[in-house]
Design a protein. Structure first.
Ligand SMILES: [Zn+2]
Length: 380
């Protein structure tokens, strides 16, 4: 029987400075923990990104834990080495302590406990080194690889920090979509003293920003908050005080719910831009880049099973949420039902990122309860 200490494994993972897209030995550390448990480990490098797919068991159903070993840069001034994995007063400090090396350690420790009971069932870990970056050579490519090999995941839990207050308070059942838009307004350059001979793109851009910002996209849906549109930059870059510039640029981001698709949003923005263009005579170019569409796993047998596992450990009934940023769950949902359950999100991406040792142990308990319940009575 192999006992695996999730806190020691989390420390070992934090000690690999795996800032995206670097691996720095993080997946080796994980492999060394998983192999003695009987996991078959497949390293799947794509581009400059290292990925790991580890599996134990041949039968169906196949339950998958998913996550990432890459981290964002430490930034600012830390109280201790961001890659030191130091424990002070029962709290583990380090980049990745909550997002999300500790959760990966909890996956492995929970699997070890499940297997140590002689329990059967097929468990996979899908771990990427490319979540915090472009997310091009990570989870998406591993899922394609699985599909090509005819392997199917039945259910998946992503270990992203999912709760604000305490472990198990919230399960993420989906995420809003995210669309970035670059706006370029084209006028006619000229002397400020002769504005009639120029066409100033700045008032046109201001008009478009006002129209878009004041528009209410929706009132929210059963599973989602209202969609939001926010301008993130306005750029003219004109050092001269006596020149009306030829161009003004801006960018905006829309976090959208299941009322919208990227296409309907692009139609809406193009329509507003056309109206402003007609009023002002300025041309308006729009460029879109999509980070992900809105998705949600419908509440049902799988979400109940995860909620019950949390309840059995913490005594709390978790809430279902679709808040927060994007995650790799947006790719996994195209393959199987996926939920997100991890540590407390309070310090993710911040200086002095940390996780309480007790929380890491509690999350391991929850994942272990989840595996037991899952293989006792797999959800359809
Ligand atoms: Zn993360």
């Amino acid at each position: 029987m192999t006992i695996l200490d999730p806190v020691a494994l989390a420390q070992a993972l934090i000690r690999c400075p795996s800032v995206t897209p670097k691996d720095e030995g993080a997946l080796d550390v994980l492999e060394e923990a998983l192999k003695p448990l009987g996991f078959a480990c497949h390293r799947l490098p794509f581009g400059e990104v290292e990925n790991l797919y580890a599996r134990i068991g041949d039968g169906a159903p196949l339950f998958c834990f998913a996550g990432h070993t890459d981290v964002v840069p430490p930034g600012g001034q830390w109280k201790s080495d961001p890659f030191g994995g130091e424990i002070r007063d029962g709290v583990l400090y380090g980049r990745g302590a909550t997002d999300m090396k500790s959760a990966i350690a909890c996956f492995a420790a929970a699997a070890a406990r499940h297997l140590a009971k002689g329990a059967s069932g097929s468990i996979a870990l899908l771990i990427t080194g490319d979540e915090e970056g472009e997310a091009v050579d990570g989870t998406r490519k591993v899922l394609d690889w699985l599909k090509d090999k005819g392997k199917r995941l039945d259910h998946c839990v992503v270990g992203e920090p999912s709760s604000v207050a305490a472990v198990g308070v919230t399960i993420k059942i989906g995420r809003r979509g995210s669309l970035n838009v670059r706006v370029t307004v084209k006028g006619v350059q000229g002397h400020v003293a002769y504005p009639a001979k120029a066409r100033n793109p700045i008032p046109a851009l201001a008009a478009l920003a006002t129209r878009l910002s004041e528009h209410k996209l929706d009132d929210g849906t059963a599973q989602f908050e209202p969609s939001t549109l926010a301008f993130t930059s306005v750029d003219v870059g004109n050092p001269a005080t006596n020149v009306i510039p030829a161009e003004a640029r801006a960018q905006l981001n829309i976090r959208f719910n299941d009322r919208h698709t990227p296409e309907t949003l692009a139609d809406f923005i193009a329509g507003e831009a056309k109206a402003v263009s007609q009023q002002t005579g300025c041309g308006i170019d729009l460029e879109y880049s999509l980070s992900g569409v809105a998705f949600a796993t419908q509440p049902g047998a799988f979400s109940s099973l995860v909620a019950n596992a949390i309840q059995s450990v913490t005594g709390r009934t978790p809430a279902f949420s679709t808040g927060g940023g994007t995650s790799d769950a947006r790719f996994i949902v195209q393959h199987c039902p996926v939920l997100e359950l991890g540590l407390v999100s309070a310090t993710m991406h911040k200086v002095d990122e940390c996780a309480a040792v007790a929380d890491i142990q509690r999350l391991t308990d929850i994942y272990a309860a989840l595996l037991d319940a899952y293989f006792k009575n797999p959800p359809q």
